[in-house]
Design a protein around this ligand. Structure first.
Ligand code: ATP
Ligand code: MG
Ligand code: MG
Length: 382
């Protein structure tokens, strides 16, 4: 049986292992924590991925290496590549690890980004605020996720607070100040590229965040067809420029009829979880296929879908959710913790009127109406 080695043992690795099993593929996971949730479903090696000697056995026992976590040090990815194929490549990983190189890449393929400026000192922050203005967002260039490592400046008087919050992280990797985009929609393109260059995208997804963390996704997004086509085209240009292999997500803002690139994730992505039930082939299965050089599965829609993310703790009562048809429950087996993604639920339903009714019934059964509320206009229009 082929074995995929996964760096990082969170829910993404867990769902990769679930998708790999029916293909006769096994997964083996490395994580720094003994209770990484993928370890419930796949062999888990507890190691520090900066400690290369501790990865020697892992590298020898797998056929290909991939990631559940994009912040694996570039040196580790490079060291592994000397021993075993690594997909996506260490180069693609490196670009996506730095918000500035990511934005330069977007611009190189003709995808606009919010105005931005690199910041590594307090005086550079003052100059950046003078140039970009407020509202704006100061972000760490590296290692941020789920809105962590960000500070929103609402007025010029917030500069002191922003520097107090993030100034300590200004060296050695730096910060970036971005113009705040009053977007009409947040969209993501989920895409996959095979080892042979075959490229596919799933239908565009619309996302709603709460306090910087993804709260809800709907697919397909209801956007102008030209805009959807453009988004998919930009994802393809990005994949080709990086000679990318595997699944990735391109996060976009729609503003005044234009698309702006926010960031990319060089891995399977939370906004693509709906593809497990809502698409012919899920993002997880296609990532497995891509990194092993197998033919890709169809990415076409099976049914319009709504995905609720469960943050902090799983909602109760679960049986209330399971009693509803077309609800698919995913418990990651993680202990509750503030701000932690512990599970999700997807409703996939061919009839858009029923989809809305079921999403409302699920939200009501779990007391999550506020989580669904921002998406109601879109679901009503669908
Ligand atoms: P992820 O978990 O997606 O990796 P992250 O911590 O890398 O998140 P971003 O995607 O940069 O963070 O930001 C999180 C959310 O904050 C975005 O999805 C968006 O809702 C909001 N946001 C970020 N940057 C901007 C911006 N320039 N203008 C408006 N909203 C923004
Ligand atoms: Mg990110
Ligand atoms: Mg993001």
């Amino acid at each position: 049986l082929p074995v995929i080695g996964i760096l990082g043992g969170g829910q993404l690795a867990r769902m990769l292992a679930l998708a790999a099993a029916p293909l006769g593929v096994r997964c083996s996971v490395v994580d720094g924590s003994a209770d990484a949730c993928a370890g419930q479903l796949a062999p888990l090696r507890v190691a520090d991925w900066r400690d290369l000697a501790s990865l020697e056995q892992f590298a020898a026992a797998v056929d290909v290496v991939t990631f559940d976590f994009e912040n694996v040090p570039a040196a580790t990815a490079e060291w592994l590549r000397q021993r075993v194929p690594v997909h996506p490549s260490p180069e693609a990983l490196a670009v996506a690890q730095d918000r500035i190189s990511e934005k330069m890449l977007f611009r190189a393929i003709g995808l606009d980004t919010p105005a931005f400026a690199a910041v590594s000192t307090r005086s550079e922050l003052d100059a950046a605020v003078a140039r970009i203005g407020v509202p704006s967002i100061l972000k760490t260039r590296r290692l941020g996720y789920d809105g962590k490592g960000q500070f929103r400046l609402r007025s010029a008087t917030d500069v002191d607070a922003a520097w107090a919050a993030l100034g300590a992280q200004a060296t050695p990797h730096g910060l970036v100040l971005e113009a705040f985009v009053p977007f009409t929609r947040e969209l993501s393109v989920l895409a996959v590229r095979g080892r042979d260059g075959e490229f596919r995208t799933w239908p565009l997804t619309q996302n709603w965040h709460h306090q910087g963390i993804l709260a809800l996704s709907c697919a397909p997004a209801t956007v102008a067809p030209e805009l959807a086509a453009l988004a998919l085209h930009k994802a393809q240009a990005l994949a080709e420029k990086l000679d990318y292999v595997g699944v990735f997500a391109l996060e976009l803002f729609e503003h005044a009829g234009h698309l702006l690139g926010n960031e990319m994730a060089p891995r399977v992505h939370n906004s693509g979880h709906w593809t497990i039930e809502g698409a012919v082939t899920s993002q997880f299965e296609n990532h497995v296929r891509a990194v092993l050089g197998l033919p890709l599965g169809a990415t076409t829609l099976r049914a319009p879908s709504v995905m609720f993310n469960w943050i902090d703790a799983l909602p109760e009562p679960v049986t209330g959710a399971l009693a509803l048809s077309d609800v698919h429950w995913h418990d990651y087996g993680k202990d509750p913790r503030p701000g932690r993604k512990v599970g999700h639920a997807t409703i996939a339903c061919a009839d858009s009127v029923q989809l809305l009714a079921r999403a409302q019934a699920l939200a009501q059964a779990l007391g999550r109406e506020p989580q669904l509320a921002p998406a109601l206009p879109v679901l009503h229009a669908g």
